[in-house]
Design a protein around this ligand. Structure first.
Ligand SMILES: Nc1nc2c(c(CN[C@H]3C=C[C@H](O)[C@@H]3O)cn2[C@@H]2O[C@H](COP(=O)(O)O)[C@@H](O)[C@H]2O)c(=O)[nH]1
Length: 340
């Protein structure tokens, strides 16, 4: 079977053949200038992963690496039909929603003495135990609990059988290459194989596999086992938040027909043509933004920055979370799948 186009090439191919999603140069330029001004801030630095997000582990350890692996194995589909009625998890006095509700639930379980990040535990976890770990503090449960159980147990058993129960052993096999680690993850863990076909070509977005590598890089601050000499080969992570931010900021545009479907709350299927166009154009849009930032740096003689698509993604994702209300009239596209 022919191997798929990897995310960067996939994004380029999709954007060149997209009918309902387009990239707007003026918005690309605007975001590039916004981020250029922030080039030396913590928001655009690997250390921001811990400094800006207190639910993320704050210590570099094997346990923290496995925390990242469990969290990114479950890092998908948190949206609810009604945004005013959704899963919330209370942790240390604060309510958390979406992706952060998952992190809060993992930390709550660990505080309760449940070894949720130990492969020997989560490889054999029962549905009732997982429901307890991920329990909501509202009457709306976290979506897709059955799928979460399946992918978590599968990942736990593979980690025990092939990597002696620790994701750190998988990282060590990558020889400090993000691309090698990407291959190891998608070859060994089926739930990370975020691949589809578009206009007759196999394309891969690998959203959870790439964010897993990026989160390890962030946790380890790009040091020691977290040194990846090819971090710039990773793309943004094609989820449902970044497209919303790109449309809101004027860097991407949906056709009238597509925007109408999204505003009606249409449930798209993973792999639908328009869903692939949204994800693929998001990837390519961020690549164009990165290219513009590098041009601005060259024009203005700034050479010391280390910007890449991962840091642009992290910034825009946090931006989308912080501007949820401002973006209310740009709804997310709805999909239920295990990939994002
Ligand atoms: N592109 C991109 N997608 C991301 C993330 C993250 C979490 N990363 C944070 C953790 C440490 C880093 O510093 C990041 O701040 C989650 N997601 C995706 O978003 C969706 C959840 O959205 P909501 O329902 O609003 O929570 C869902 O598809 C989830 O898979 C990211 O960073 N980039």
């Amino acid at each position: 079977m022919d191997s798929p186009l990897l995310p960067k090439e996939a994004g380029k191919f999709v954007s060149e053949n997209s009918k309902d999603v387009s990239i707007l140069e003026i918005g690309v330029q605007k975001i590039a200038e916004l981020l250029f001004e922030k080039r030396n801030s913590k928001e655009l630095d690997a250390t921001g992963w811990k400094l800006l997000h207190d639910l993320n582990p704050q210590t570099m350890s094997e346990a923290s690496v496995n925390w990242v692996f469990v969290t990114d194995t479950l890092n998908f589909s948190f949206w609810s039909e009604n945004d005013d009625h959704k899963c919330l998890v209370k942790y240390k006095g604060r309510m958390h929603s979406g992706f952060w509700s998952l992190c809060a639930a993992i930390n709550r379980a660990l505080d309760e003495g449940i070894p949720i990040t130990s492969a020997s535990y989560f490889a054999n976890i029962t549905l009732d135990q997982l429901k307890y770990v991920l329990r909501s503090d509202t009457d709306v449960p976290m979506p897709m609990i059955e799928e979460r159980l399946k992918v978590l147990k599968e990942a736990g058993n593979i980690l025990l059988e092939r990597f002696d129960g620790s994701f750190l052993n998988c990282i060590k096999k990558s020889e400090n290459s993000a691309q090698k680690l990407l291959r190891l993850v998608v070859e060994n863990f089926p739930s990370y194989r975020d691949e589809t076909t578009f206009r007759g070509k196999k394309v891969a977005f690998y959203k959870r596999a790439q964010i897993l590598i990026a989160d390890i890089w962030g946790l380890l601050e790009g040091k020691g086992d977290g040194v990846f000499h090819d971090m710039t080969s990773l793309t943004m992570f094609a989820d449902y938040r970044i497209p919303q931010a790109l449309v809101y900021l004027g860097a991407m545009k949906y056709s009238e027909k597509l925007m109408k479907k999204i505003k009606q709350g249409t449930l798209f299927q993973s792999g639908d043509c328009q869903e692939v166009e949204i994800r693929g154009c998001s990837i390519w849009c961020i690549e164009l933004i990165l290219h513009r930032i590098l041009e601005l740096q060259a024009q203005r003689g700034c050479t010391n920055t280390h910007i890449n698509s991962v840091l642009i993604d992290y910034y825009l994702w946090d931006y989308a979370r912080d501007h949820r209300k401002d973006m209310a009239d740009i709804p997310i596209h709805r999909v239920r799948c295990i990939y994002y």
